[in-house]
Design a protein around this ligand. Structure first.
Ligand SMILES: *Cc1c(COP(=O)(O)O)cnc(C)c1O
Length: 415
């Protein structure tokens, strides 16, 4: 008896269902006017994503690796490439395959500290991945064994991830990955003997509002390097660069880069390169989601997207997003605003986003709302729970609802 298993696409959930749909409209308002959508629509601004990537790549004093998990949609990856991103931080084989299929020349780095053996072999032998992160001696041995087993020659790059103490980021990542400082020094020594390229990495946590977090992390990195006594080729300062939300105004990106450059110079490591792995900072502002109001009860709106869809971070984490009422027939909205909470479409009472989200006081059933800053950790977190997995993507030419706080210069996209 044979068992047939079905797999579904892991990294492009918005394209999981084929729906005949125009893929481009000039503006979000025209999307709503023409389609009157009853399902969530992701409105991607490819030019804004490309410009943001361009600014980051221009301003960061090293190589910029895009953290693919944040938004793996092919249209987003294309926009990042157009903006000058050539390095990709992947954590799984499906992410690696998507990037390699699209960009034969991309530099792909396998940055998950705990990998399946087969994933290491396929990444190395079939997708030309040469750099692997690790945070334990077991993983180092695993990588060496599996790379050797492929019989494919190449220059192995190893990056030791160090753990940071819990910091000031909105999303703390210190508990799961990373070697303690003393252990990391030993790992660096062990890895140096078998690596053509050796690096050290850390992650300060996501949506980190404090540039000094990188100063502290670089100081700790310096202690680890000194204790190890080996020469490093790369220091990878991770992701975590913040974007604006209605209640969070981060310092400009330049303040983060200045702190990183200063901290790096203090380490005095000539010949060592800097890497960064931004996710959110590159793509958050580039996508909004248009939802429809299906019911209003007091100051609560029942909408067609929620925490099991694109709004996961608005649930337990309480993220607030910029919102805008859309009435395609031109009916005027009330002048005054009030703070609304939102309920998602599933039957789970946890499918609730307390906000508050400030909208005109007369929002009613049938209205549409555009919710901004959802290009990061939005569409990629959608589930099929309760049957509400349909969402579509359309490309628009609007500006982001909230601007990024830093600009480097004009971008020319080749035709
Ligand atoms: C998620 C992740 C990133 C991206 O983080 P952002 O906060 O979105 O910038 C970078 N590096 C690693 C290892 C990650 O897990």
């Amino acid at each position: 008896m044979s068992v047939v298993t079905r797999t579904r696409s892991a990294v492009a959930p918005l394209r999981r269902q084929f729906v005949a749909y125009p893929v481009r409209r000039p503006t979000v308002d025209q999307v709503v006017a023409a389609d009157r959508p009853e399902e969530p629509i992701h409105c991607l601004r490819p030019v804004a994503v490309a410009e943001t990537a361009h600014d980051f790549v221009q301003a960061f004093p090293g190589d910029v690796l895009y953290a693919v998990k944040c938004n793996p949609d092919p249209a987003v990856l294309r926009a990042l490439w157009d903006g000058g991103v050539r390095h990709f931080d992947c954590a799984s084989l499906p992410e690696i395959r998507v990037v390699r299929d699209m960009f034969p020349d991309a530099a792909i780095h396998f940055m998950h500290p705990v990998k399946a053996r087969g994933a290491i072999r396929e990444a190395w032998a079939r997708h030309d991945v040469r750099d692997f992160v690790l945070d334990s001696a077991d993983e180092l041995a695993k990588i060496r064994t599996e790379v050797a087993a492929t019989g494919v020659p190449g220059a192995l790059g190893l990056i030791v991830r160090i753990a940071l103490p819990k910091g000031s980021a909105k999303l703390d990542l210190s508990g799961k990955f990373g070697a303690a400082a003393d252990e990391a020094a030993g790992l660096l020594r062990a890895a140096r003997g078998c690596a053509a390229m050796l690096g050290v990495s850390f992650h300060v946590g996501s949506q980190c509002l404090d540039p000094l977090a990188w100063r502290d992390a670089l100081a700790l990195t310096g202690q680890v390097i000194q204790a190890s006594g080996v020469k490093l080729d790369v220091i990878d300062v991770g992701g975590g660069f913040p974007v604006a939300y209605p209640d969070q105004e981060p310092p400009p990106l330049g303040a983060f880069f200045a702190e990183i450059e200063a901290g790096f110079e203090r380490l005095d490591l000539p010949g060592t390169r800097l890497w960064a792995e931004p996710g959110r900072a590159l793509v958050a502002a580039g996508t909004s989601v248009v939802v429809q109001v299906q019911a209003r009860r007091g100051d609560a709106l029942y909408i067609n997207d929620g925490v099991y869809g694109s709004l996961a971070d608005a649930g337990t984490l309480g993220f607030r997003y910029p919102v805008r009422l859309i009435r395609p027939d031109g009916d005027p909205a009330a002048a005054g605003t009030i703070g609304f909470s939102l309920f998602g479409p599933t039957c789970d009472s946890a499918d609730m986003m307390r906000g508050p989200f400030r909208l005109p006081s007369d929002v009613a059933e049938g209205d549409w709302i555009e919710i901004g800053q959802l290009g990061a950790y939005g569409g990629c977190l959608r589930t099929a729970f309760n049957g509400f997995d349909r969402a579509r993507i359309v490309e628009v030419g609007d500006k982001p609802m909230l601007e990024t706080p830093y600009k480097a210069g004009p971008l020319q996209i080749a035709a």
